[in-house]
Ligand binder design. Structure first.
Ligand code: R5P
Length: 279
């Protein structure tokens, strides 16, 4: 018997996947003890388990590891879907003495997994940290489809997101560009659109992660100053730290769309259709 096990931060996506796969979600108990410690229990027999859960926020990591342990004790195979792999941005040593957080978390998750599917890890090389079969699922096509016939151009907020903008533009059938960032001082960064004129155009800014929203807000403000007709913000993982979504909307964004890798009020796009191809 195969079952989808839904982590508490990934209920919607797990249900979507269960529906698409024709596999029931498992009967599980997840609760917290009065002191905050996590308790999980798999209440039914299953041979094959697909666990859907994030390594963000921190408490989800413990929950995920316990779900894996419970599953491992009953099932023959444990597949993991990690919609948002938290700690992915600390993927190397930037300063002497740092931990490589992405590697540590990946190794922990790999311990009790037969294979792992990760939606848009911040950097592709993170897959190698898993020491097991790990595959990258790109949720961007689902995001891009949402903007078909809505935008005229796609723009990446920095060069790192350029290939994502290019792919999105191919799906939407429009042009693409990126913002070039020049560091003026320790705290000041200048952002300029590399090639394109955007006056009177409907522009989508696309990125993998929105955290504080600072990058998006700056890009939206520049596009507004240059008289874009409409400015859309699209992103795979909406972390929305420190009221980021509100700040983005206030800066003149026509629509903010993120996927359901992290479930938020702006998660109008599901990556289920892309993830299911890997299961
Ligand atoms: C950076 O490499 C990422 O792709 C995002 O651009 C970044 O994490 C966004 O952060 P924030 O929302 O805090 O500007």
């Amino acid at each position: 018997m195969k079952r989808v096990v839904a982590g508490s931060s990934s209920q919607r996506l797990a249900n979507e996947l269960s529906h698409k796969l024709g596999v029931k979600t498992a009967d599980i108990t997840i609760k917290r003890f009065p002191d905050g410690e996590c308790y999980v229990k798999l209440n039914e027999a299953c041979d094959h388990v697909i666990i859907v859960g994030n390594t963000y926020p921190d408490e989800s990591i413990i929950e995920l590891l316990l779900l894996q342990d419970a599953a491992r004790r009953k099932a023959k195979t444990v597949e993991m879907v990690i919609p948002y792999f938290g700690y992915g941005r600390q993927d190397k040593i930037f300063q002497d003495g740092e931990a490589i957080s992405a590697e540590k978390i990946a190794r922990l998750v790999a311990q009790d997994a037969d294979r792992v599917v990760i939606v848009n890890p911040h950097k592709e090389h993170i897959l190698h940290f898993f020491t097991k079969d790990a595959q990258l699922c790109d949720g961007m096509p689902a995001l891009a489809r949402h903007f078909k016939n809505i935008v005229d151009d796609v723009i990446a907020p920095d060069k790192g997101a350029l290939s994502m903008a290019q792919k999105a533009s191919e799906i939407i059938g429009c042009s693409y560009d990126y913002f070039e960032k020049t560091r003026i001082s320790g705290s000041e960064v200048k952002m300029e659109i590399k090639h394109m004129g955007i006056e009177g155009r409907r522009v989508l800014i696309i990125d993998d992660i929105i955290s504080t929203g600072g990058t998006m807000v700056k890009a939206i403000e520049i596009l507004r100053e240059q008289h874009a007709k409409e400015v859309y913000a699209g992103c795979i993982h909406g972390l929305f730290a420190k009221g980021a979504a509100g700040k983005i909307m206030k800066s003149g964004c026509t629509e903010l769309v993120v996927t359901d890798t992290i479930e938020t009020a702006y998660s109008t796009v599901s990556v289920a259709e892309e993830v299911v191809k890997f299961l």
